[in-house]
Design a binder for this molecule. Sequence first.
Ligand code: 5GP
Ligand code: MG
Ligand code: MG
Length: 180
Amino acid sequence: MNVKIADLEFEPLLSAEVIQTRVKEIAAKINTDYKDKTPIFVGVLNGCFMFMADLVKNITVPCETAFTKLSSYHGSTTSTRHIQNDLDLLIDISNRHIILVEDIVDTGNTLDYLVALLQSRGPASITVCALLLKPDAVEFSIEELKHVGFQIANEFVVGYGLDYMELGRNLNGIYKRVSA
Ligand code: 5GP
Ligand code: MG
Ligand code: MG
């Protein structure tokens, strides 16, 4: 069923069931890769919160969780280049294995900034796990991007943590904007 969020209409793209199945597959791969490494999952707020929660519920190796907050969109449906660091990562990551958890990689600008910032703090390793990737929008090559849930077209999406004007984060599936 389509949903109306503020002034825009959205149609179903990925159901809650499809998302949960894929999240479990990603978790299984991480469980194998990070045996004996006690990784720190670092969620990038706000968009990551549902994905991060569902992902770590399926992690069986010892792990820590932490959050940082960046913003780049400021209420519109197109990316801005200015990244605001709203909440720095407040833990020591030196010699630790970091798994960055992102909702979506669009241009890659946000991740490029964040990976460089965290690399400067001397972690043992950094990999990135993103639920969504828009391959046609990516402008930065991010070699740390190891796990991608779904590749999607260059369309604006909401739900499962992602917002339009701060609305729609609570939807349990992902919806794409109906083209006018
Ligand atoms: P990037 O820096 O990769 O261009 O954009 C990253 C951030 O922009 C994402 O973490 C997300 O917050 C926001 N963003 C990018 N594409 C979308 C989209 O289709 N829908 C929503 N709701 N946010 C998006
Ligand atoms: Mg994000
Ligand atoms: Mg947003």
